[in-house]
Design a protein around this ligand. Structure first.
Ligand code: SF4
Length: 437
């Protein structure tokens, strides 16, 4: 490889970190879920070690890195991060005018071709390698470790991140995944097993599977589950209601401990309208079955559909709150670029927000027939409080304790909790370390 390449995420202010829990909950007392690794960049670095990566550098760190006179500077970003990225692009041009690349979901945004020399669509290890005149062979899976902890800084346990497939075979109208990765594929089992072994050896025994749609290939899924079970891993997949509904009992026997799942709406017509292909009654029944098993649940929920009104949103969130969802991620429905929803909404109602920084699914960006931007912010804030009752703070660790005890028994559970505590507060060493590489 004869070109020097830097790939970076957007910069952040000094000391600023992304914490998932407080980004979705308006309560003083919550847990923390620190997510400060860039999955995409970790995969790139693992498969093309010659490139340099920067994960959320400060502005000063970014400027310092540019002094190395890279031939190529690439940016990995989401739509709402565009304002920061364009500042970084301007800065890069002032230096030695490198070739500029864009990747990740934000690169799908209209107009990006005006700012970058090359746009990579989808997971691009192979394409980047090819561009640099090299090959990656079998895709390797990096170690990526996040932590669940408390607001006073004490961590509870580490969570390894695993991907078993990429893309999705569904076509929900609001989702960019079918465009981002139009040809879904499996991560090789050998790479998955290698990653699981590395986690286990480092003492990480809880793994969150961040597939867009875990379980969409039956045979591959069964083999992945066997690997996880063999290594005694507790796992939490991001999956669909229908898949989990069909498999919950079998998966539970093999270490399933919870899920990240798209509830999206409690209104069947709304779900049908966005072609989500799930059944509300089935969802509610599944939430009850998950509770019986003390499963941890992150529920994705959307507000601001065409037919929504503020009272209706409030009524549904109150209803949702009757179920044992540990953390509800409430988003405002957003017609993201290149989705069928963009076409539909922009034509029928019109886009009213031209600041990409507000396209973070926490702002209303189109001309809603019943709710204005200010009202949407207000009802979203209300939902952030309402959907996380103080009781949840107590219920989550109780569920955690009982699902472990039911699986491993009393003594082993105590030992594991102590070990997790020590490991997470000491920090898990990954092959790439944390932050700047
Ligand atoms: S199932 Fe999930 S990932 Fe697949 S298209 Fe629908 S929203 Fe996107």
């Amino acid at each position: 490889m004869d070109r020097k390449v830097l790939i970076t995420t957007p910069y952040r202010e000094k000391g600023e970190r992304y914490e998932y829990w407080s980004s979705n909950v308006d309560r003083k007392i919550t847990y923390t879920y620190d997510k400060n690794n860039s999955n995409g960049l970790r995969f790139l670095k693992k498969n093309i070690p010659e490139i340099d990566i920067l994960e959320w550098p400060t502005w000063t760190e970014y400027r310092k890195a540019l002094k190395k006179d890279y031939d190529v500077v690439g940016f990995s970003f989401f739509t709402h991060e565009i304002p920061n990225i364009l500042e970084m692009v301007k800065e890069a041009k002032k230096k030695n005018d490198p070739e500029l690349w864009a990747g990740n979901y934000g690169a799908l945004t209209y107009g990006m071709e005006d700012h970058f020399d090359k746009i990579f669509v989808g997971y691009s290890e192979e394409e980047v390698a090819e561009e640099l005149g090299t090959e990656i062979g079998t895709l390797k899976h990096p170690m990526i470790v996040d932590y669940i902890g408390t607001r006073i800084g004490v961590k509870g346990f580490p969570l390894g991140v695993l991907f078993t497939n990429r893309g999705c075979t569904q076509n929900c109208k609001f989702c960019q995944t079918p465009v981002f990765c139009s040809d879904p594929y499996k991560i090789p089992l050998s790479s998955i097993e290698e990653a699981v072994k590395n986690y286990k050896e480092s003492g990480v025994t809880e793994i969150v599977i961040e597939d867009e749609n875990f379980g969409m290939w039956k045979k591959h899924t069964e083999k992945v589950i066997d690997i996880l079970h063999k290594h005694d891993i507790s796992w939490y997949p991001m999956t669909r209601i229908d898949l989990l509904d069909n498999n919950l009992e079998d998966w539970y026997e093999k270490g399933f401990s919870g899920t990240l799942i798209g509830v999206e709406s409690l209104n069947q017509d709304t779900l049908d309208n966005v072609e989500k292909n799930i059944d509300v009654e089935k969802t509610l029944d599944l939430l009850e079955r998950l509770e019986e098993k003390n499963s941890f649940v992150i529920g994705y929920y959307m507000i601001g559909f065409e037919e929504d009104t503020v009272p209706k949103i409030k009524k549904d969130i109150r209803k949702l709150n009757d179920y044992s969802i540990d953390l509800t991620q409430i988003c405002v429905i957003t017609p993201l670029p290149r989705t069928p929803l963009w076409e539909e909404i922009s034509e029928k109602y019109g886009i009213i927000e031209d600041d990409w920084g507000k396209w973070d699914t926490k702002h209303l960006v189109w001309d809603h027939p019943n709710i204005d931007q200010k009202e949407m912010r207000k009802v979203l804030g209300w939902g952030f409080r309402k959907a996380y009752s103080p009781l949840k703070f107590i219920r989550s660790p109780i569920k955690y304790y009982f699902r472990r005890k039911n699986r491993f028994g009393y003594i082993k559970t105590q030992m594991k909790m102590l070990k997790d505590f020590i490991i997470s507060n000491r920090g898990v060493k990954t092959e790439l370390g944390e932050g700047q590489i």
